[in-house]
Design a binder for this molecule. Structure first.
Ligand SMILES: C=CC1=C(C)c2cc3[nH]c(cc4nc(cc5[nH]c(cc1n2)c(C)c5CCC(=O)O)C(CCC(=O)O)=C4C)c(C)c3C=C
Ligand SMILES: [Fe+2]
Ligand SMILES: [Fe+2]
Length: 336
């Protein structure tokens, strides 16, 4: 290498970190662990937009005394030897990405609520020498209650640093061709494994309070656009619904429960259900859709119900994340 002019010291090559972030999950399928998780999650003002003076008494006085037992029972039904499915799959996604990026980036994972904490993992990336970090919330559809709060948590950590790393955040990818194609490939594989074509496919997205749409959150539009593009790619219309209703406020319509009843009532006998808004299978897909959704559809007159898994750490989804993250690291890493 050509010697540097006098007075200049060589600068170490920049190290790039990638932190994939998902929602978080309890440490154990027990009422105590679920209570700790729900206390943190449901105290987030991005999630419940009621002033704390009104909300905290309801949360602490009612919800945290009733819900943990019920939710722990639900978690117990999907818990695996590796722990919570969401935690296990997110860890595997980070490992797979690390193998794909090799020594061009250090890939880690964190959870918005619980562990591994975003602050701890940013500190670990810095300790490993990363002075450029991509925060990648794995939510295809932007929502203030998910994407924004994950970024907020990262920025809150940075706000306390004297020497910050440079930061980029992964934009939502609800209409990215690589995402739509990965979903289409994974749905085609799922359908091919069934005995015969389903009469209908339902795309169930996590719900949100309806007022967030009026307030300008693009989540609803992002979900509808993903479903339209995926339907185009598959060459068939998808039904769309919103699941996981929480609380008494009006939520996005139509609800998944009502849609399962309606489809069965309209004569759909064989149904396939997908959850394109979840980058990893979790309580909401494995228990709410694959167990309770199935029971509901069959009770309403349906004959067969197939839940097709999320992209998880399968090849189509991981190749898609490699593309999206690689594009976002432009100028930071060598892509040749
Ligand atoms: C994928 C996007 C998600 C949005 C949008 C979202 C909004 C949202 N969620 C709640 C309340 C709960 N969600 C719960 C679980 C849960 N939610 C998401 C994703 C989104 N949530 C995931 C991936 C999970 C599963 C976590 C896991 O451990 O597997 C729960 C906890 C479970 C339960 O007790 O039912 C609650 C509560 C609100 C209020 C909200 C928006 C305002
Ligand atoms: Fe949720
Ligand atoms: Fe749920």
């Amino acid at each position: 290498m050509r010697p540097l002019p006098e007075g200049h010291t060589p600068v170490a090559a920049p190290k790039v970190g990638v932190l994939i972030v998902n929602l978080g999950t309890p440490d154990a399928p027990t009422p105590g662990a679920v209570k700790r998780y729900l206390r943190e999650f449901l105290s987030d003002r991005r999630v419940v937009e009621i002033p704390p003076i009104a909300w905290q008494p309801i949360l602490r006085g009612i919800i945290l005394n009733v819900r943990p037992r019920k939710s722990a029972h639900a978690y117990a039904q999907v818990w695996s030897e590796e722990g919570s499915p969401l935690a296990a799959i997110t860890a595997r996604q980070a490992e797979d990405l690390q193998a794909r990026f090799g020594d061009r980036a250090i890939v880690d994972h964190a959870m918005r609520y619980g562990k591994p904490a975003i602050g701890d993992r940013i500190a670990a990336l810095q300790a490993a020498g990363c002075d450029r970090i991509l925060i990648a919330p794995l939510y295809p559809q932007y929502c203030a209650a998910t994407t924004a709060t994950a970024n907020d948590a990262a920025f809150a950590v940075l706000a306390k640093m004297r020497w910050q790393p440079a930061i980029r955040t992964l934009p939502p990818y609800f209409d990215h061709p690589a995402y739509i194609e990965a979903l289409a490939a994974s749905v085609r594989t799922g359908l091919a494994a069934l005995h015969g074509e389903p009469d209908a496919i339902l795309a169930s997205f996590h719900g949100m309070p309806a007022r967030t749409l009026d307030l300008g959150d693009p989540y609803h539009c992002h979900c509808r656009k993903t479903a339209r593009l995926l339907g185009d790619a598959l060459g068939r219309e998808l039904h769309v619904s919103f699941q996981s209703r929480f609380g008494r406020a009006r939520w996005l319509e139509p609800s998944t429960e009502a849609t399962l009843d309606r489809l069965a009532g309209d004569g759909v006998r064989r149904l396939a259900v997908i959850a394109p808004g979840f980058s990893a299978d979790c309580l909401e897909t494995l228990e709410e859709l694959a167990i309770r959704g199935r029971d509901r559809f069959l009770a309403a007159g349906g004959e067969s119900f197939a839940y097709l898994p999320c992209l998880n750490d399968g090849a189509p989804g991981m190749a898609m994340l490699e593309t999206l993250i690689g594009d976002e690291l432009a100028g930071w890493i060598d892509r040749s």
